[in-house]
Write a protein that binds this ligand. Structure first.
Ligand code: ATP
Length: 284
């Protein structure tokens, strides 16, 4: 038997870090939504009790470092499943990009194996399991649009924002999330984005309100380390995107665009600077 799952990328419309906690994690407030750029996972029952991962992408680990592998092992251990699975990851989401590709693969694995092995695990329990694998995994289990608090695991569903075009551009550099958080100094931050204003813009369906309240405090670190991310933001603004922000810890920058007529001009303009550019829609 085989099951298929899509693992969509996420963007952060807002990312605020409130403080560093005693346990070393950061207390965050993130408003996240999914876009229709997705990895595709195929999961097939194996006759032996083992986990095998394959992918067409040559640049991700296929052993126990792969988050899909870790998700499969976790669900097997926790529910005492003595069956094997072959998981093929068709990667479409750029890796280490700030788009939660690995976390979304882990979440899709939890959802898929729950079906393949008919475990009947409720969604909130899958989220709790997912939190053991990474802070973004619970959100990726449920999808939609949500505000995440704590270290990212306390989720509250909110309305989807009004539909628009999302242009993603990933400069050819790798950014380590751990490195960015390590260099982030919450106490030195002068300004925070307004979570309340963003929530109210989303709930009233105000596109201009969303644009006005986009904010990501991790830009203070990544833009300093990698000036090409700042340059990409400026180019996207100049080309006419309505709002521009870095996603997660970067380096992917996204532009929100309400008018379809502008999209191809922005896409073509960006392609002169950056090979990896995607035009997608929010998943609603
Ligand atoms: P986040 O926004 O959650 O920090 P990201 O989009 O920045 O994630 P990922 O694409 O998840 O980054 O990759 C981060 C690291 O995880 C990479 O170094 C990669 O080698 C490793 N990794 C493990 N499993 C996967 C997977 N299934 N897909 C992609 N990367 C994976």
């Amino acid at each position: 038997m085989k099951v298929y799952e899509k693992a969509p990328a996420k963007i952060n419309l807002l990312l605020d870090v409130l403080r560093k906690r005693e346990d070393g994690f950061h207390e965050v407030e993130m408003i996240m939504t999914m876009v229709d750029l997705a990895d595709r996972l195929e999961m097939e029952e194996l006759p032996r009790d083992t986990i095998i991962i394959s992918s067409q992408a040559g640049y991700i680990p296929l052993d126990e470092k792969n988050l899909a592998f870790q998700a499969a092992r976790l669900i097997k251990d926790r529910y005492d499943v003595r069956r094997g699975v072959y998981i093929h990851l068709d990667k479409k989401i750029p890796v280490a990009a700030g788009l939660a590709g690995g976390s979304s693969d882990a979440a899709a694995t939890l959802r898929g194996l729950n079906r393949l092995w008919e475990l009947g695990i409720p969604e909130d329990e899958l989220c709790t399991l997912g939190a053991e694998l990474g802070s973004d995994v619970p959100f990726c289990v449920t999808g939609g649009t949500a505000i995440a608090r704590g270290r990212g695991e306390k989720l509250e569903r909110i309305n989807n924002p009004p539909q628009c075009w999302v242009i993603l551009a990933k400069p050819p550099i790798n950014v380590s999330t751990a490195d960015v958080y390590g260099k982030f100094r919450a106490a030195e931050l002068k300004e925070h984005p307004s979570t309340a204003a963003m929530l109210s813009a989303i709930s009233s369906g105000s596109f201009p309100g969303i644009i006005a309240n986009l904010g990501n405090v991790l830009e203070t670190v990544t833009l300093q380390l990698h000036p090409e991310v700042l340059q990409l933001k400026e180019i996207m603004h100049r080309l006419g995107a309505d709002g521009v922000l870095m996603s997660g810890s970067g380096p992917t920058v996204f532009g929100l665009v309400s008018k379809e007529a502008k999209v191809s001009r922005i896409y073509n303009g960006l392609r002169g600077f950056c090979k990896e550019v995607y035009v997608v829609r929010m998943l609603t």
